[in-house]
Design a protein around this ligand. Structure first.
Ligand code: PHE
Length: 355
């Protein structure tokens, strides 16, 4: 090896030694990048050395080429290993600097509450589901034939006056009660296949009433219907007593008073003993000890027949509960309009039930 080559070889050796040392002390990706440029960049130190190639003998040139390759291999391997280490450290530092203070109080989420009417409807549904009833829904925009005629209220019957409503056309109206769902359910029911018909049907109803503290042009009912063989008033009374106790308290009693509905015969108004005073007489029961909660009766044979059911074989009972009314009674709400005004001061008082 002649002198010139020897000198170059020494330069390369020295260069790799200082490079390895510098890489070893580098603390950041940026520092490593600078080292790369310093040694192998266009104006880098290795580039300077390779320029001496032209001064070498022909057979010496491959030797320098080999030295340069070896430099690259060692240099790259060392820098890559260091890069991994630095990246880990940098990542850890970044994570540490971005960590959050979990002891800070969070931002409060304002969870809504289920509307008291929804809670009440679901309570009623659960109660009757527990007694083997199914829950079905009917349309709010109803045909005159279902709302009135199939409920044994032919056109021009005077009892229609009590339930004047909003008409969309001669034959289409906003239903005045949930009773039309009785007819819809009976028409579809297959006794052979499914046994007795037991259903409740909750929903909105409408009447052309003047709104006041206890009346609204829109309110809610829960209809109940049971049709099977040999159903009597005793079945109705037992069922309603169970409802009264479950909904208003174990101590409750009920009493039936004769009434009139075109679709039931006999018809009754059902009172529950006052849950406030226990029957002594107070403001809620207006001194009588009893509170009227629903209308009911045995399904009129005409109604069964109009819905395709043999009234000599089957009989049934039906009842209609005002959901707004029982919610008002149970929670001492003094004005039905509170339900429809969306005032949070009212709504948030009823956080009961699962939200
Ligand atoms: N549909 C009646 C009403 O709205 C209530 C009722 C339902 C009465 C079922 C008897 C049987 O007043």
């Amino acid at each position: 090896m002649n002198d010139k080559l020897l000198v170059v070889k020494e330069d390369v050796d020295r260069l790799i030694a200082t490079a390895i040392q510098e890489i070893g002390t580098a603390e950041s990706s940026k520092a490593l990048q600078d080292i790369r440029v310093k040694y192998t960049g266009k104006k880098g130190e290795l580039t300077q050395i390779s320029k001496q190639m032209k001064d070498l003998e022909k057979d010496e040139k491959p030797v320098l080429g080999q030295l340069i390759n070896e430099f690259h291999q060692t240099f790259n391997k060392t820098i890559e290993r260091k890069q991994e280490e630095v990246t880990q450290k940098e990542l850890a530092a970044q994570l540490a600097s971005e960590s959050m203070d979990i002891s800070l109080p969070g931002r409060r989420q304002n969870f809504g509450t289920r509307h008291l009417l929804t809670q009440t409807r679901e309570d009623l549904e659960d109660l009757f589901l527990g007694m083997g009833y199914q829950v079905i829904e009917g349309p709010e925009v109803e045909l005159d034939s279902y709302n009135f005629e199939k409920m044994n209220l032919p056109k021009n019957h005077p009892a229609r006056d009590m339930q004047d409503t909003f008409y969309i056309s001669e034959e289409v109206l906003l239903r005045t009660h949930t009773s039309p769902v009785q007819a819809r359910a009976m028409e579809k029911h297959d006794f052979e296949k499914n046994g007795p018909l037991k259903m409740v049907s909750p929903g909105k109803v409408f009447r052309r009433d003047n709104d006041d503290a206890t009346h609204s042009h829109q309110f809610h009912q829960l209809e109940g219907l049971l049709v099977a063989e040999k159903i009597t008033m005793a079945d109705l009374k037992g069922t309603l007593l169970q409802f009264a106790k479950a909904f208003f308290g174990e101590e409750r009693e009920i009493r039936l008073r004769p009434s009139f509905f075109s679709f039931t015969e006999p018809s009754v108004e059902v009172d529950v003993s006052c849950f406030k005073c226990g029957g002594q007489g107070c403001g809620i029961c207006k001194g009588t000890g009893w509170i009227e909660v629903l209308g009911a009766g045995l399904v009129h044979p005409n109604v069964l027949e109009m819905s395709g059911i043999d009234s000599t074989k089957y009989s049934g009972f039906a009842f209609g509960v005002g959901i707004d009314r029982v919610a008002m009674l149970k929670h001492n709400v003094d004005d039905i309009r509170h339900f429809y005004q969306n005032d949070l001061r009212f709504l948030t008082q009823f956080k009961g039930g699962q939200n």
